[in-house]
Design a protein around this ligand. Structure first.
Ligand code: ISL
Ligand code: CA
Length: 558
């Protein structure tokens, strides 16, 4: 039986501050906008606010390129604004976790400015510098997540530096104990202010394989696991970070588990490991992507989804803990991707939160999913802002004709990260009530129909359903801690499972189909009333239940 604790039972709401709410009319979301929205957030029954990076940054990767870890990005406000936000959130019974980017920093951070100034600068080995390959090229064939080589030549010293992400995000050298200590001090700085935890960006990448061997990048996702993630000293570093920092506070350490898999997850979150508290994996997030994110999409298959939930339940049912998330600021909108944002927008958005809120693990929802925000297909590349998508398009567009360019744009429409970063749709006024002026990224034109204000007025809205579903989860620990058993796993349209915790039992049935689906059950073995239902009725047949398109229900079994 898992130890009960706040970061297992609490519900995480991820905020991408740049796109959440603009309080001062510069078109960019900010901390004051979040402060002004705390009542709204509290009304959702969420407990933990995860803020994507709020630190000083040139915003090459929207804050995931930090140039000052103890300073607030001026776009977002001041340190006093943050302290006010933290205090008010605590007064309202909510916690705040910050997004710490420890694998790399910005090339404008003083550490890197000094490091690149000369080969014998004391900060030189805060980063990975390598001489050119004999042919003058990069030291090896490693690829950046954002396209191109993972090495950038610095003409000044004639050496290359490593950057797994953009060239303005040089990787930090965790082999260097002085660097590690600086990062621990930064976390102490925020924890001493009362911050309740951290989401550790790509933390599984911080230990590099120092041989820097060439690798096979034909299957990029596989290469991530075996070349970049799960490195030689990763668990030593995480244990040290836990001892040096986390253990000294009542905080949660949430790892972004790029490249982890079900058979090594306990090395990261096993209760006795003394490393991370919880971690999220990418099996669902990457489910409809091929080996190359920006390429032909794979169809969403329910049986694969069932298999993933089963695999991760089996891996962590006795020990360890994971986060249940189907979307975030890096992935397309869940209702567009796993639901049906055309014919069954409302039903499928509700179905997805029934799924997520009834799985074992910590529930994590992403801003805007609670009102069913959808993907945005901008007509032209000039509307896009995300460095990953832009790098992909620019390098792929060379020499392409109009039709081919349309295909490339369609890859961005399906898999682009800007899908999840369009401004939060507060109401149907200009710029969706996000700002008084043109936002940094275009608003999804459907804000006139999809926005928080209208849904507050509609008792049948996705927003009201989310509130009810999250409250229901909070009231029923069986959904957090309970055992899980999938019924009729081979059923191709209905996903049905039992959750059991002591004598509490819940039976969840989800029809992932546009068509009605029958689910056979012995009569008399289930109640005729649902505790949760995204339709107004529940139909039965002589030998089971007949679910409407995208109908999701929770039945209480006695
Ligand atoms: O977009 C991806 C690669 O196709 C994602 O896998 C993502 O880049 C990866 O999960 C790492 O994400 C985190 O680190 C990145 C930053 O761009 C993302 O926003 C952040 O969530 C580099 O800091
Ligand atoms: Ca602003």
């Amino acid at each position: 039986m898992s130890k009960t604790t706040w970061w297992k039972e609490g519900i995480i709401y991820q905020i991408y501050p740049r796109s959440f709410r603009d309080s001062n009319g510069d078109g960019i979301g900010d901390l004051r906008g979040i402060i002004e929205s705390l009542d709204y957030l509290k009304s959702l029954h969420v407990d933990i606010l995860w803020l994507s990076p709020i630190f000083l940054s040139p915003n090459d990767d929207n804050g995931y390129d930090v140039s000052g870890y103890r300073e607030i990005m001026p776009d977002f406000g001041t340190l006093e604004d943050f302290e006010e936000l933290l205090e008010k959130a605590h007064q309202m019974g909510m916690r705040i976790i910050l997004d710490i980017v420890a694998n790399h920093c910005s090339d404008e951070h003083p550490w890197f400015v000094r490091s690149k100034s000369s080969k014998d600068n004391p900060y030189r080995d805060y980063f990975f510098w390598k001489a050119p390959y004999p042919n003058g090229g990069p030291p090896n064939n490693w690829r950046s997540f954002f396209g191109g080589s993972a090495w950038e030549l610095d003409d000044n010293t004639g050496e290359y530096y490593l950057h797994l992400f953009s060239k303005k995000q040089p990787d930090l050298n965790w082999e260097n104990p002085a660097l590690r200590q600086e990062l621990y001090d930064i976390m102490h700085f925020w924890f001493k202010k009362g911050v309740d935890g951290v989401r550790l960006d790509v933390i599984t990448l911080i230990s590099k394989r120092l041989g820097f061997e060439d690798a096979n990048f034909k299957k990029f996702r596989t290469a991530i696991e075996t070349v970049y993630a799960n490195g030689t000293r990763i668990h030593e570093f995480l244990r040290e970070m836990n001892q040096e920092v986390f253990q000294q506070y009542d905080v949660m350490a949430l790892g972004e588990g790029v490249g982890i898999h079900a058979n090594n997850v306990l090395e990261y979150v096993g209760e006795k490991r003394g490393e991370l508290d919880l971690i999220y994996h990418f099996d669902i997030l990457n489910l409809t992507f091929g080996e190359e994110r920006y390429g032909p999409a794979k169809p969403f298959e329910l049986l694969m989804l069932k298999g993933i939930f089963q695999k991760w339940y089996d891996a962590t049912k006795k020990d360890g803990w994971t986060v249940q998330a189907m979307g975030n600021h890096d992935y397309p909108r869940i209702v567009s991707r796993f639901g049906d944002d055309q014919d069954f927008w409302k039903e499928s958005a509700k179905l997805l939160i029934v799924l997520l809120a009834t799985q074992r693990g910590t529930l994590n929802i992403y801003q805007g999913d609670e009102i069913g925000m959808t993907n945005t297909a901008f007509a032209d590349i000039s509307h896009y802002r995300d460095i990953e998508g832009l790098n992909f398009f620019r390098s792929a567009a060379m020499g392409k004709n109009t039709e081919e360019l349309e295909v490339l744009l369609s890859y961005l429409h399906h898999a682009g990260r800007d899908n999840a970063r369009t401004p939060f749709q507060w109401n149907s006024s200009e710029y969706a009530g996000f700002s008084k002026n043109q936002p940094w990224l275009g608003v999804n034109p459907n804000y006139v129909a999809i926005n928080r204000q209208d849904q507050e007025q509609d008792p049948d809205s996705i927003l009201h359903f989310y509130r009810n579903m999250l409250h229901y989860r909070k009231e029923n620990p069986v959904l957090v801690y309970g055992d899980y058993e999938c019924l009729q796993p081979e059923h191709t349209s209905v996903y049905a499972y039992l959750r059991t915790y002591g004598d509490e039992r819940r039976f969840i049935l989800l029809n992932f189909s546009k068509k009605p689906s029958n689910f056979s059950l012995k009569p008399g073995t289930y109640p005729t009333q649902a505790e949760i239902n995204n339709y107004s009725s529940l139909n039965f047949t002589s030998n089971g239940i007949r679910l409407q398109p995208f109908q999701g229900v929770v039945l209480k079994l006695n």
